[in-house]
Write a protein that binds this ligand. Structure first.
Ligand SMILES: [Zn+2]
Length: 196
């Protein structure tokens, strides 16, 4: 159980972890807080965007779609390894997921399989969208994977969480496949090693 970092604290934590951060527009005040609560926060969720082109990807994640308004995450991690901050606060990234998974994240235990959509994830997770087509073919450059590792570690370090507080969207909500192209188990191992 933790209160969300301030926007400035989030920016500072990412930079302290060695990331190149790009601030997009009025990201500190772009959120969905009028639609529901933000916090307490319990973890970090990783996604892929199913988009091509960094500029377009960042734009979509900031603005969203007609039936899914932005921001669609807090940070967009492009293929060059930069983190673009598009929003802060409640964001439309996690949707409804499994309360058993949330309990496991809070306890930092092994994850059960996600088979229910009964819990508001946008309230409880920081979200990073990663530029990738999500087709299993589009490559994940080393710089991008390292940025995912660093971004997740930055949040965990601030809150005193372990790598078990970092999950993929596919581990949260039935039917989701993201991120595709690397495993969350491998990514958690990298985060664990970074946090040592
Ligand atoms: Zn997702």
């Amino acid at each position: 159980m933790a209160s969300p970092m301030s926007a400035s604290g989030f920016l500072k934590a990412l930079r302290a972890e060695g990331l190149t951060v790009v601030e997009v527009g009025d990201w500190r005040n772009h959120n969905r807080n009028h639609k529901g609560p933000w916090g307490p926060v319990h973890g970090v969720m990783i996604h892929h965007t199913v988009t091509k082109g960094s500029a377009r990807t960042v734009e979509i994640c900031r603005d969203g779609y007609a039936d899914l308004p932005g921001p669609l995450c807090h940070g967009v991690i492009t293929k060059d390894g930069r983190v673009h901050l598009v929003g802060y606060g409640r964001a439309n990234h996690a949707g409804l997921g499994d309360d058993d998974v949330l309990r496991a994240v809070i306890a930092e235990k092994a994850l059960p399989s996600d088979n229910e959509k009964n819990t508001d994830g946008n309230r409880h997770f920081y979200g990073f969208e990663c530029e990738n087509l999500g087709d299993g073919q589009d490559p994940w450059p080393a710089a991008q994977l390292e940025a995912i590792e660093r971004a997740a570690a930055a949040v965990c370090r601030h809150h005193g969480w372990t790598e078990r507080s970092v999950i993929g969207h596919l581990e949260w909500q039935p039917g989701k496949v993201d991120p595709r192209g690397f495993t969350m188990t491998a990514m958690r191992t990298r985060i664990r090693d970074r946090l040592k």
